[in-house]
Design a protein around this ligand. Sequence first.
Ligand code: ARG
Length: 254
Amino acid sequence: MPVVTLIVALIAGLLTATVTEARTLDQIKASGTLIAATEGAYPPFNFYQGAKLTGFEVELAEAMAKKMGLKIEWKALSFDALLAGLGQDRWDMVIASFGVTEDRAKAVSFTNPHYCSGGVIVSKSAAMKDAASLAGKTVAVQTGSTYMANVKKIAGVKEVKNFPQDTDARSALVAGRVDAWVSDRFAVKTMLENNPALGLKAGGYLFVEPIATAVKKDNTALIGALNKALADVMADGTYKTLSEKYLKEDIRCK
Ligand code: ARG
């Protein structure tokens, strides 16, 4: 083959490699490794314990991968960069407490939910417990979260302050720089149990959402395999053990 033809063929190969579809289930299986992205700053779901990435979702994903005969290679990135990486084929799946929303489902596909939860208001006053009580208040939320989207829809809220990490939104409340913080019911429950001295109070659900793993839009074979693995760990007791370890209760959708 003439050198020029060879070079053209190589370049064409490289181009296809970068613009092609997300890895198929067969390709993932052949490599033996599922590339999963998460945030690593959202306890108790995904967080760092020293240098080790851990949490309910990290251990759950590892148990699911094991059922699929795979290992996981983790990538940790800022929350609002995670879904975009699926479209760019930078990783196969994202597990980071993403709520299934119509907007997100336009860009990515979701598996069956691994838990059901919702946003709650946290503040220093027990009076702030529903949407109406946020009128005239400053509210801290994580950038790009469903908490941000939902609080922005509440009429009369004085200001929605965004923070790259949920723990920073929480710190703003603790420091008294905002009146309230909206976050996940179970993340809040765990935080309040671990920090009773903060004297923070949580209200009821502002909204509810199923939480699921996201993959590249229409990567149906991968969705099928992940759904099967999730059903398997839910059936064999693994899910319950992990949920009770991190949340002290079984948080699967009822
Ligand atoms: N459940 C919320 C959402 O879907 C927040 C998720 C935050 N996750 C995280 N890893 N910080 O937007």
